[in-house]
Design a binder for this molecule. Structure first.
Ligand code: MG
Length: 171
């Protein structure tokens, strides 16, 4: 028999989708706002695309285990930095969203990775353009002492992954 090294009931939480959606809402982000980015990324290629369909693809992305794990990890690190519950130099790097830190993007790639190479292209684009809620989250992070170092990349990655999922669907 295989020996358990962790509590399966805790890790295999059936409502992980609900949990990560709630955590993101607590950080000021709704799935609808992520779907808006996905819609804007894809509507130029698929004119008949609907917002509802984009939201469905975002939903699909957040049911993936690897995506949920990346969300939980990133949001936790942002909040630990905000609380000051973190040692230096990491605390300052996260609080000041230090440009050469780079691990926020690396974590987000775990999300994009689920949908292959179009995902990477979309993520790069979103990371540069900072559309919609990403810009909003970035600005709040700069002005209010909130830490959104991981959150902005997680949002961008979910939007990019959903855009890739849409592209695959219509290909
Ligand atoms: Mg970031």
């Amino acid at each position: 028999m295989e020996e358990k090294t962790y509590d399966d009931d805790v890790v295999n939480e059936p409502n992980m989708r609900d949990l990560v959606v709630k955590r993101m809402e607590e950080r000021g982000v709704k799935l609808e706002e992520i779907a808006e980015i996905t819609y804007n990324l894809q509507v130029k290629y698929i004119p008949e695309l609907s917002f509802a369909s984009c939201l469905e693809h975002v939903e699909r992305v957040v049911t993936k285990r690897e995506v949920q794990n990346a969300i939980l990890t990133g949001l936790e690190l942002d909040q630990m930095a905000e609380r000051g519950d973190m040692s230096e130099p990491l605390k300052t790097m996260l609080l000041e969203d230090y440009g050469l830190y780079g691990i926020d993007e690396v974590l987000a790639l775990a999300i994009v990775n689920v949908y292959g190479s179009i995902g990477f292209t979309n993520f790069g684009y979103v990371d540069k353009m900072k559309p919609g809620i990403i810009k909003k989250i970035d600005d709040i992070g700069k002005q209010s002492g909130r830490c959104h170092t991981f959150l902005d990349d997680i949002i961008g990655a979910i939007a990019a992954a959903a855009a890739s999922s849409v592209a695959h669907r219509y290909a």
